[in-house]
Ligand binder design. Structure first.
Ligand code: SAH
Length: 248
């Protein structure tokens, strides 16, 4: 049980698997006014940077669930490195349907809402783990500018323009799902560069070390085309943010 191997290759060196930077994650942690001992659940926790740094900086305790064996191992190592292994645990599992045994203060899904079938399903899933008055975190893309055609949307690796909303629509959609938006931290294009451009050096080094791997052809093709695709489409068209929500 694991995510497709291509992601474990291209994002093997990432600490944060989305366009948020370490600064932005710290801004978000401060914005949420986390109390020491606050319980945080993170579905699709990746390499654990959010939980580990918030445990170090705010004394939260937390659980992360992720389907990537590699990322989960990296998260456990990061917890040891930051001296918070007694505060956070990382579980290698499918997070679809995962509900915590005890209600949590913050329930997050940052860049993996598809595990519950999209934003609506994700809010429903997170709310099952949340204490009354708790905060949900949803990390999600939106259009910085709406593409004129589905072809441009596909250039952003979406299926169609209808995959995402523009920011005012996304914010309004949370209201329509019965939630107050109580905070948000938005990624910027420098953050997109950190997420996307970091894959290129990782791919190049992996190719040099693994020329005969069965995925070498695919990775070679990606490395050849990704910088131009990203610069043409994703960087200009796609925004990304983490939205803090409370049930009305
Ligand atoms: N929240 C993390 C990771 C976001 S990337 C961060 O911000 O860094 C999306 C993550 O979802 C990846 O780590 C991937 O391994 C994980 N994932 C994909 N499908 C999943 C599933 N069904 N259950 C749990 N995690 C999943």
């Amino acid at each position: 049980m694991d995510i497709p191997r291509i992601f474990n290759i291209t994002e093997s060196v990432h600490r944060i698997h989305n366009p948020m930077t370490a600064d932005k994650l710290a801004t978000l942690g401060a914005a949420l006014r986390l109390e020491p001992g606050a319980r945080v659940l993170d579905l699709g926790s990746g390499s654990g940077e959010m939980l580990c740094t918030w445990a170090r900086d705010h004394g939260i305790v937390g659980t992360g669930v992720d389907l990537s064996r590699l990322f989960t191992e990296q998260a456990k190592r990061r917890a040891v490195e930051l001296g918070v292994a007694d505060k956070v645990e990382f579980i290698h599992a499918d997070a679809a349907g995962h509900v915590s045994a005890e209600p949590v203060d913050v329930a997050a899904c940052v860049g993996a809402t598809w595990i519950a079938g999209g934003v609506g399903g994700c809010i429903e899933l997170l709310s099952r783990s949340l204490r009354s008055g708790g905060i949900m975190l949803i990390g999600e893309p939106y259009w910085r500018q709406r593409p004129a055609t589905d072809e441009i949307a596909r250039g952003c690796l979406a299926h169609a323009v209808s995959d995402f909303l523009v920011l005012p629509e996304l914010v309004a959609s949370f209201g329509a799902l019965g939630c107050d938006v109580v905070e948000m931290v938005l990624a910027d294009q420098d953050g997109w560069d950190r997420y996307e451009a970091a894959k290129w050096l990782t791919m190049r080094r992996w190719l040099d070390a693994n020329p005969d791997d069965e995925l070498a052809g695919e990775v070679r093709a990606m490395l050849t085309s990704e910088p131009e695709r990203y610069a043409t489409y994703t960087r200009d068209y796609l925004g990304w943010g983490v939205f803090a929500l409370m049930k009305r």
